[in-house]
Each structure stands twice: as C-alpha cells, then as structure tokens.
Design a protein around this ligand. Structure first.
Ligand code: HEC
Length: 319
C-alpha cells in the first residue's frame, strides 16, 4: 500500500515538473481570485449582476463574439437575468398571463423584439428580416465564420456560450484577462501590430522578446529583464508572464451606462460580464446544487438507518 502511494506521488511530482519545464517562458500569471456569488454550497447568481452583465455583453462583446446556444427565452428562465416570479404591476396584463413562463415574460418579449432576425426563405424563396421572438437565438453579427475571422485580423472570436466552462478556473480567468491588460507593454517585448500582450493569456512571451534581450544561445537576459520590467510581469523563473493574442482590451471605464448606481469601472464590468457568461455556460447551477444537498441528506439518513439496523440484527449474538 505504502509503496503504491509513494509511486503515485512520484508520478504526480514528475508530471508536475514536466509541465513546468514546458511552461518555462510561456507561463501565465497566477489568476486573480474573485469571491463569486455562486460559489459555495449556498451560492446563487445575483440577478441584478446578471442583468448588468448581459448589458455589457450586448453593448461590447457581441460586436465580435457570438452566443449561439442562448435564446432570448433562456434569459427569462428561473435563475436567469430576466426571470419574473409574477407579472409586474401597471402593465395591464390579464390575470391569465403567467410571467414566470419565459415566452410570456413581457421583458423577454420586448427585448427580443429589439433585435432583427433574418428568417426565411418565404414563398418566393427570399430571406426576410423580422423582429426577434422569445424563441429566437441570440443573433450573430456575422453571416458566417469566415466573415468573423476576416473582420478580426485573422483570429476567430470564440463563441461565448460555454467559454467560461471551457477554460480552467474560467470565471477567474475571464476576469483576470479583462482587467489584466497593461497600460504599456513590458519594455523588453516587441508585440506585433494587431496583437495585444496580456500577462494572463497562456501564450508565449519568448517569441515576443526583443533580440537585444536574448543572448547568442537563445537564453533570455534575465538580469536586464529584471531591471527594465515591472516585477508584476516577471515569473519567478525570470521570464515574462503570458503572451499576446488578437483581442485588444475590450472594456474601459464609463463605457457602459449603468442605471442601478453600480460603479462604471473596468473592474465592475469585468465581474458582471463574467457572471453573465458563467450563467450562460451553466444556467442550471442552482438546481444542481440543491439536488446535491438533497442527495447528501438522503445518504446521511440512509447511513444512519443502515447502522441502526446492523445494531438491531446483531444485538442477540453473544459477544
Ligand atoms: C473587437 C472585437 C472583440 C470584442 C469587442 C471582444 N472580443 Fe474577445 N476576442 C476577440 C478575438 C478576435 C478573440 C480571439 C483572439 C485570438 O485567439 O488571438 C477573442 C478572444 C476572447 C477570449 C478568449 C481567450 C482564450 O482563452 O482563448 C475571451 C475570454 C474573450 N475574448 C472575452 C471577451 C469578452 C468578455 C468581451 C466583452 C467584454 C470581448 N471578448 C469583446 C475579439 C473581441
């Protein structure tokens, strides 16, 4: 047993040192860690935050990214940004309307109608535009993937529907990336036009080093790097964190007009849009958590019953 444990530990250590060796020079900065509202056994999405996040998504990210798996009606489902438990007063809706139904939800209906959907073909074989309906999916601003790529300098802006779940520690990654663009690129890097340096992007900073800071053998001049670059961009091995990719910093202070008094800062926008995209990737998180609690309670009670019956069954056996 001990042997087995030991060898498992050795393998783990080897595996770890292996990845570190590969990561040297391309290591991304350790992520910032936010206390998200949905974390922990009783965590929940914050509906006001999801609404703000949707606003940021719509006004900023949707200019380049798609959200293919999200239909307007999803936004009105329980736990979603525009879910209503009952109909708002003053809209003159008849009692028969059930606003908790996303398709009848008046916010969802008017929101969908603000978008133009290309539908068809009609009886003459032509495509036509119409206002969106709750059942429509969030429309892409591109006709196809090729158009998206050519509009973004040769890089495809990944679909955002599942992106937060597709990256390790995705919410903190998204937040760190959005808030992590430096004001000036580290002195020792030469970032090509159309690319943008970010210490949290898992890229390759070695390839960006100016020739002056690389010796004949291809080693980085770590002493000069230390002299010239702010230490927050230098890994403990002496390399520059992160790398460059093809998304410029998308959000700036005051860019999106909030109406609920929340701070209009990069930090707040980044938190809100991350929360929204986390919800988009995992809308059933709250249900899953309450199911988990139910299962745990069941197992604990069941274990108690099993133990009691074991005592009962064996109680007459002479010791
Ligand atoms: C001007 C266009 C543009 C806007 C606006 C934009 N993005 Fe991007 N985004 C891109 C492109 C292009 C890429 C792909 C870059 C690459 O792969 O080099 C990308 C990539 C990303 C990535 C992926 C990084 C990875 O790990 O692969 C994330 C996360 C992201 N964007 C989030 C956002 C969020 C959130 C917003 C809104 C606040 C946003 N983007 C707004 C163009 C944009």
């Amino acid at each position: 047993m001990m042997k087995k444990l030991l060898s498992a530990a050795t393998i783990a250590a080897l595996a770890l040192s292996g990845t570190q060796a590969v990561a040297a020079g391309g290591e991304a900065k350790g992520l910032k860690s936010v206390e998200w509202s949905w974390e922990g056994a009783f965590g929940k999405y914050d509906q006001a935050q999801l609404q703000r996040g949707f606003q940021v998504y719509r006004e900023v990210c949707a200019n380049c990214h798609t959200l293919e798996l999200v239909a307007f009606r999803h936004l009105g489902e329980k736990g979603g940004p525009f879910y209503l438990s009952s109909c708002p007063e003053g809209l003159g809706l008849p009692d028969s309307v059930d606003c908790s139904d996303p398709v009848a939800n008046p916010i969802i209906k008017s929101l969908a109608a603000e978008f133009t959907i290309t539908d068809g073909p009609d009886e003459f074989g032509d495509m036509f535009d119409r206002p969106g309906l709750p059942a429509d999916y969030y429309p892409s601003i591109y006709a196809n993937k090729q158009q998206a790529i050519s509009a973004n300098g040769g890089a495809y802006p990944p679909d955002q529907s599942l992106l937060v779940k597709a990256r390790p520690n995705g919410a903190n990654y998204m937040y760190s990336l959005l808030t992590g663009y430096p004001e000036y690129d580290p002195e020792v890097l030469d970032v090509p036009g159309g690319q943008y340096y970010n210490p949290y992007y898992p890229g390759d900073s070695l390839g960006l080093m100016k020739a002056d800071y690389i010796d004949e053998e291809g080693h980085v001049d770590k002493k000069k790097v230390k002299e010239l670059v702010d230490e927050k961009y230098i890994s403990k091995d002496g390399y520059i964190y992160g790398g460059a990719f093809k998304m410029a910093q998308p959000i700036y202070d005051e860019m999106v007009e909030y109406t609920d008094g929340s701070p209009m800062t990069v930090d707040q926008y980044a938190k809100d849009v991350t929360a929204f995209l986390m919800w988009a990737a995992e809308p059933k998180l709250e249900e899953r958590k309450s199911m988990g609690k139910f299962v745990m309670a069941y197992l604990i009670i069941f274990a108690g019953v099993t133990y009691a019956s074991y005592r009962q069954v064996w109680s007459n056996v002479a010791k």
